[in-house]
Design a protein around this ligand. Structure first.
Ligand code: ZN
Length: 388
């Protein structure tokens, strides 16, 4: 039994001062304050010293980090995952962008093979397949040579059981609705993105099963007052969750605030969409088989672009993303945390065991200062990062 005491718990819906967490075999068994919970005499005790303790962060879109790109080299997933806890990320979806389908198959094999012996780190919850069924007109940094029409047969083995959790596709493409229905029936969350869908096509996609929008405003038609398009549909449809990249580059800070006002903490999901240069110096990197130039942009933030100038993922860490969300929207820390804990967990259908401090959930925890600096990260009750 492990006991964390003297913590300011953000569950994140409620704050518990002088909080106590009891953890047994990797899972939370009790959450409360010191007047409610007494640790067994033989429990190992961690004194949080008044730090905030929150659920671990969940990143639904991560292309790589530390020089490694998951699409190019799917076997690097475990190596990268070992170091993600430094940013409070305790689970994530390794993202495979448009590429030959064998890259997805290799990533599935990497996850099926499990972690190397003695490994500890952030838990990959399954893949986010961003492509290849995207609209060529909104290819972004994806290599158009590998884009293809929706083909349910070709991806008949994509399911949560085979480690595919989220698929981004363009719902307006011929054959997309059958594919959306197939994937949804198997328990895969389907997202609209890299798409030219107008408002009507977006709603047809929702009716077929689309429940998420990938990096709102990026790689989709603009929001116009007489032609709301995919972004207008995503913003106004209450049941759909949207991802957004709050680096101040992918979308203007005022647009992050607008998305916040429209969707709120339970339908807005912060993703990093970070690529191989995360955690590295500026320079040349790659995303899938394309070269990317990474340059300094602001203190604490680099930007990644193809030679054409097209953004190629971000170089945004999750703690920085949360700080910027609060800066751009004025939201509370508790609400900001929901966008990277409860909201993605609920979208994936794992809200009972991730994304909240509650009995029965995995003890995926971040110890934070009030300014969102990560001091310590635990995954399933094991310390995986400790600030020096
Ligand atoms: Zn994208």
């Amino acid at each position: 039994m492990l006991c964390i005491r003297r913590a300011t718990l953000l569950t994140p819906a409620t704050q518990i001062d002088n909080g106590v967490l009891l953890i047994d075999r990797g899972r939370i068994v009790a959450v409360g304050d010191a007047t409610q919970i007494a640790a067994p005499d033989d429990a190992e005790v961690i004194d949080a010293g008044g730090l905030l303790v929150t659920p671990g962060f969940i990143d639904l879109q991560l292309n790589g980090a530390f020089g490694d790109d998951f699409t190019w080299a799917p076997d690097t997933i475990w190596r990268v995952a070992a170091h993600l806890p430094r940013w409070g990320v305790t689970s994530f979806l390794p993202t495979i962008i448009t590429s030959p389908l064998r890259q997805v198959a290799q990533a599935q094999e990497t996850l099926e093979g499990g972690a190397p012996p003695g490994w500890r780190g952030s838990t990959p919850l399954g893949l986010h397949c961003e492509g290849p069924f995207l609209n060529p007109q909104k290819k972004g940094a994806h290599n158009p040579a590998y884009l293809r029409a929706p083909d349910a047969q070709a991806v008949a083995n994509w399911s949560p059981e085979t480690h595919v959790r989220l698929v981004t596709l363009a719902p307006e493409l011929d054959g997309a609705h059958a594919l959306i229905a197939d994937l949804t029936a198997r328990g895969v969350v389907v997202s609209a993105g890299h798409s030219m869908a107008d408002y009507r096509a977006a709603h047809a996609g929702f009716a077929a099963g689309v429940r998420y929008g990938t990096h709102l405003f990026n790689a989709m038609p603009p929001l116009e007052h007489r032609g709301p398009g995919l972004p207008g549909a995503l913003l106004s449809e209450a049941s759909v969750t949207v991802g957004i990249i709050p680096d101040g580059v992918h979308v203007h800070p005022a647009i992050v605030a607008l998305a916040w006002a429209a969707k709120g903490p339970h339908r807005l999901n912060i993703v990093t969409d970070a690529m191989a240069a995360l955690g590295m110096a500026p320079g040349r990197y790659q995303i899938a088989d394309q070269e990317v130039l990474v340059t300094p942009h602001e203190p604490g933030l680099h930007v990644a672009r193809l030679a054409s100038g097209t953004l190629a993922g971000s170089v945004l860490a999750m703690d920085e993303a949360l700080r910027r969300l609060i800066l751009y929207t004025g939201c509370t820390l508790s609400d900001a945390l929901a966008t990277v804990t409860t909201t993605p967990a609920d979208l994936l259908g794992v809200g009972h065991e991730r994304g909240r401090l509650r009995a029965g959930a995995w003890a995926d925890l971040v110890f934070l200062t009030p300014t969102i600096e990560v001091v310590r990260t635990m995954v399933a009750g094991v310390v995986c990062f400790e600030r020096e």
